[in-house]
Design a protein around this ligand. Structure first.
Ligand code: KIV
Ligand code: ZN
Length: 496
């Protein structure tokens, strides 16, 4: 069965990078663009060149660094924006200008303070002007999700007649319901006479949590390009997640008959890269790439998982580049999960032994919430000493001139002392730990959470480290977040 290709237009570096705190420098943007190329995206929206000299330079450098994907630059429908974008794209193998204007009456009246007629004129002019500068022009009808349908159809017809190769129908405010957004796309296919001369693109925001559903609805109704970001980062509640739609199309390929050229094995490594560079943690329960997306914690699920992964997983984590599913031990876990985790640390028990140990396990799990390998060893009466590092003490001085940490770790009954300076208490502490244990791994993610929000609160630190392509989690909790950090880092090191 032949399936239609969906072009993947990645806007992590434009709609994603606009998010406060997610700004990248040019070197980091190039690193992201190269990762997106490896991931298999077709178009990279590299920036908004007129917005700043830094953005202009980044678009230029990305054009030079990237070979296969089309490089796209955003503009308003203004002469200076379009000329600037064309100049920034001069080194691209294939460059695209993405220009556009508001299409809803809300935007036309309240934002542009003009009329539908003038907007159409401007749209026609901008498309034609851009087409004279580059061969590939995408036009966005901003706020198309709330636009009057017959006016939207007129706008799409006009820009195609003036040379648009792609027309973007954004649900800018994330307002549409999936069936309504799908109907909008269908309406355009039924009412725009020249629609076969361009690709229709879907660009959805997640204000009501429906960006993925809306994107899929648009594709089902004829759109052949989707605009997405890695981890769904983007304005306000974010954009459609690349990984979610790529996996929807893959998981439902038999019914949807659509495919992308995304190399799905690269999904998780790319997600980690974006998290690290943009300092934007992924929510633990995020589909596909969240820490818990392949973690099983209830006894019934764990038992089913251990009998056959497919009982509770519709995606094999290996397929998206995640090392393994996790069986998390809590008081809800059953004997099967406990046995699995004991076997993983080399302990094989008879049925009777397991029954006995399970009672002890439940008592411990009720106290500790989650049970780690060290807890299992302790429970089994096997000393950790000689095998694992333990945090004995952490002392940090911090202030304007930077931080200084002294960390004591215990291993094999012996106390080892490490000390280091750092650009803050956390940095100094991790460096002090490294001065004892060596550079065993790369820090991938560092997440601090307060449990209730008060200043006397317990701080929880989740750390992820990588070593030779494998990822390990570490967890630490303390009323002092620096001590929690040391505990989390040491926990991750112990798992290597
Ligand atoms: O959401 C939106 O409408 C946009 C356009 C600039 C394409 O990001
Ligand atoms: Zn957007």
């Amino acid at each position: 069965m032949s399936t239609d290709k969906i072009y993947v237009f990645d806007t992590t570096l434009r709609d994603g990078e606009q998010v406060p705190g997610c700004q990248l420098n040019t070197i980091e943007k190039i690193e992201v663009a190269l990762a997106l190329e490896e991931l298999g995206v077709d178009i990279i929206e590299a920036g908004f060149p007129i917005s700043s000299p830094g953005d202009f330079k980044s678009v230029v450098e990305i054009c030079k660094a990237v070979t296969r994907p089309t490089i796209c630059a955003l503009t308003r429908s203004r002469r200076e924006d379009i000329e600037c974008a064309a100049q920034a794209l001069q080194y691209a193998n294939v460059g695209r200008i993405h220009t556009g204007i508001g299409s809803s009456d809300i935007h036309i009246i309240n934002k542009l303070r003009t009329t539908r007629e003038q907007v159409l004129e401007q749209a026609a002019w901008a498309t034609k002007f851009a087409r004279n500068l580059v061969g590939d022009v995408e036009f966005f009808c901003e706020d198309a999700g709330r636009a009057d349908l017959s006016f939207l159809a007129k706008m799409v017809e006009t820009v195609i007649a003036n040379g648009a190769t792609v027309v973007n129908i954004p649900d800018t405010t994330g307002y549409c319901l999936p069936d309504e957004y799908g109907k909008r796309i269908k309406y355009l296919f039924d009412n725009v006479p020249n629609i076969d001369k361009a690709i229709i693109s879907v660009h959805c925001h997640n204000d009501l949590g429906m960006a993925t559903a809306n994107t899929v609805a648009g594709l089902k109704n004829g759109a052949r390009q989707m605009e997405v970001t890695v981890n769904g980062i983007g304005e306000r509640a974010g954009n459609t997640s690349l990984e979610e739609v790529a996996m929807v199309l893959k998981s439902h390929s038999a019914t949807l008959n659509l495919h992308t050229d995304i190399n799905i094995k690269k999904i998780y490594p790319t997600s980690r890269l974006i998290t690290r560079l943009m300092r934007m943690p992924v929510q633990p329960n995020k589909a596909i790439v969240g820490r818990n997306a392949f973690a099983h914690s209830s006894g019934i699920h764990q038992d089913g998982m251990l009998k056959n992964r497919e009982n509770y997983e519709i995606i094999n984590p290996h397929d998206v580049g995640i090392p393994e599913s996790l069986i998390v031990l809590t008081a809800r876990s059953g004997r099967a999960a406990l046995n699995y985790r004991l076997e993983k640390i080399g302990l094989k028990l008879s049925k009777e032994e397991l029954n006995e140990v399970y009672i002890k396990f439940l008592e411990l799990a009720d106290q500790r919430k989650e049970i780690y390998d060290e807890d299992l060893l302790e429970m089994m009466g096997l000393s950790n000493e000689g095998k694992f590092y333990e945090v004995e003490s952490v002392k940090v001085e911090c202030g304007d001139g930077g931080s200084h940490a002294i960390v004591k770790l215990k291993k094999n009954g012996e106390i080892k002392i490490g000390e280091s300076k750092g650009n803050g208490p956390v940095d100094a502490t991790i460096k002090a730990v490294k001065s004892i244990v060596g550079q065993l791994c790369h820090l991938e993610e560092f997440l601090v959470q307060a449990v209730t929000g008060g200043s006397d609160d317990l701080g929880k630190v989740h750390i992820q480290v990588s070593n030779k392509g494998a990822f390990y989690y570490g967890f630490g909790a303390d009323t002092d977040i620096v001590i929690a950090t040391a505990k989390a880092y040491v926990d991750a090191i112990n798992k290597l």
